[in-house]
Design a protein around this ligand. Structure first.
Ligand code: CMC
Length: 391
């Protein structure tokens, strides 16, 4: 075959055409199906946005109500799944548990969905949105040693996420509606981001015609890494470390600039955004609002603001276009909401789920070929084999 171009990290290679998400990294523009992220975060709710991403249009009131109801119908998770989660040690990272449980769902849903059959696909979407939410909250309850909870049909999807995690048999959990709104907004901001690492993983796994749950489970694993969704946990841990060591922000900025040191400022930089990350702008404001609403005075937010200021004025960061990304402020909000740091990336996964589903569906409906990159071989040419006794 002809010459092969290698592009490690696919910095300049497109893998598909897509009608789902538009992203302009120079201008800091993000749109889902043509609607700006600012407007969606302000006016829509997460299920509406999920519907928009997956089915291409904003739902009518009837469609939205039906969607919510149809998701509810699937929120019971098989009893056997409980024994699977029981088998994990409480020290297991929730993302590992989530990937495993998502994969385990294949055992209870063995029939592969036909992406071209609208009815079947719709059912699969509702089922995935339902089960994934429930098992995501179970990873937290497992960690805390709480009994597993059931979906409450009198509450909305995002409110359920919080009560599934925090409601205890003894008490009545009543989250502040402003907290639910903020979480809804955060999920919208995370809902899709074109061909990022986890989404590309979902598409490439699905391109072999592996099922939806199997593809999403692979996406969860890809999201886990600290250079991708795992950055939200890494940011908080970094802020905590700076705080515990006396709050010397400059020292960490120097470390990040030192090419001999592998340390990077977590929550800074982006493969595509080279001016600003529009999601970070919205989240920064939401973080301030949530902290005021909850009356939280978090010293880590002060450190974050100092870090941002130093980094934005420093030539190293300016010349490389390294700006705070979506993960920089989200952790501060999650922390204020009482969510433990190991759960942060699980929240990212719940938000990203509709994007993964939409991209999987588009890839299959477009009949994309199996993903199979080439390489340039740089190993030995032909060598003759020596028997073990002669080596
Ligand atoms: N701190 C210090 N230096 C950095 C950072 C950082 N956070 N990010 C990039 N650089 C430097 C890097 O060392 C390189 O310098 P040089 O040209 O001197 O070798 C230059 O900037 C370009 O970096 P790159 O690694 O080639 O860029 P990339 O597009 O391959 O990586 C990234 C993008 C997001 C992986 C990277 O910026 C990074 O590691 N950031 C920290 C982790 C993070 O916050 N990830 C979340 C990304 S947004 C949400 C998501 O995807 O989940």
């Amino acid at each position: 075959s002809g010459a092969i171009t290698i592009d490690p990290g696919y910095k300049n290679s497109g893998s598909c055409t897509s009608e789902i998400t538009f992203l302009d990294g120079e201008e800091g523009i993000l749109r889902y199906r043509g609607y700006s992220i600012e407007e969606l975060a302000d006016k829509a709710d997460f299920l509406e946005v999920s519907y928009l991403l997956i089915f291409g249009e904003l739902p009518t009131a009837t469609q939205l109500e039906k969607f919510e109801n149809d998701i509810r119908k699937h929120t019971l998770v098989s009893e056997e799944m409980k024994s699977i989660i029981d088998g994990f040690p409480r020290t297991a990272h929730p993302m590992g548990v989530l990937a495993s449980l998502t994969s385990a769902l294949t055992a209870f849903n063995p029939k592969p969905v036909n992406p071209n059959n609208e009815k079947e696909m719709y059912e699969a979407v509702c089922k995935t949105m339902a089960k994934f939410l429930v098992i995501a909250t179970w990873t937290y309850r497992k960690k805390m040693g709480y009994p597993l909870n059931h979906y409450d049909n009198s509450k909305g999807y995002v409110e359920n996420f919080m009560s599934l995690m925090f409601e205890l048999p003894t008490g009545s959990y009543k989250p502040d509606p402003k907290v639910i709104d903020a979480l809804d907004k955060l999920f919208i901001l995370h809902a899709d981001h074109e061909q990022n690492c986890s989404t590309s993983t979902v598409r490439i796994v699905g391109s072999s015609h592996a099922g939806l749950f199997a593809s999403i489970s692979a996406g969860v694993s890809a999201l886990w890494g600290p250079l991708h969704g795992g950055a939200n946990q890494a940011v908080l841990e970094m802020l905590q470390e700076i705080h515990d060591n006396g709050g010397d922000v400059d020292k960490y900025v120097l470390k990040a600039k030192d090419k001999e040191d592998s340390f990077r400022l977590m929550g800074f930089g982006h493969r595509v955004y080279k001016n600003f990350d529009p999601r970070a702008t919205i989240i920064k404001k939401a973080a301030d609002d949530v902290l005021v609403t909850l009356g939280v005075d978090d010293p880590l937010l002060e450190i974050a603001k100092k870090l941002e200021k130093v980094a934005l004025e420093d030539d190293y960061f300016k010349s490389r276009n390294l700006y705070p990304n979506v993960d920089f402020y989200s952790g501060i909000i999650y922390r204020a909401m009482g969510i433990p740091v190991e759960m942060f990336t699980v929240l990212f996964a719940v938000g990203r789920l509709p994007g993964w589903i939409a991209q999987w569906k588009e890839m299959r409906v477009n009949k994309e070929p199996i993903g199979r990159p080439r390489q340039v071989y740089t190993g030995y040419t032909l060598r003759s084999f020596k028997e073990v006794k002669d080596r």
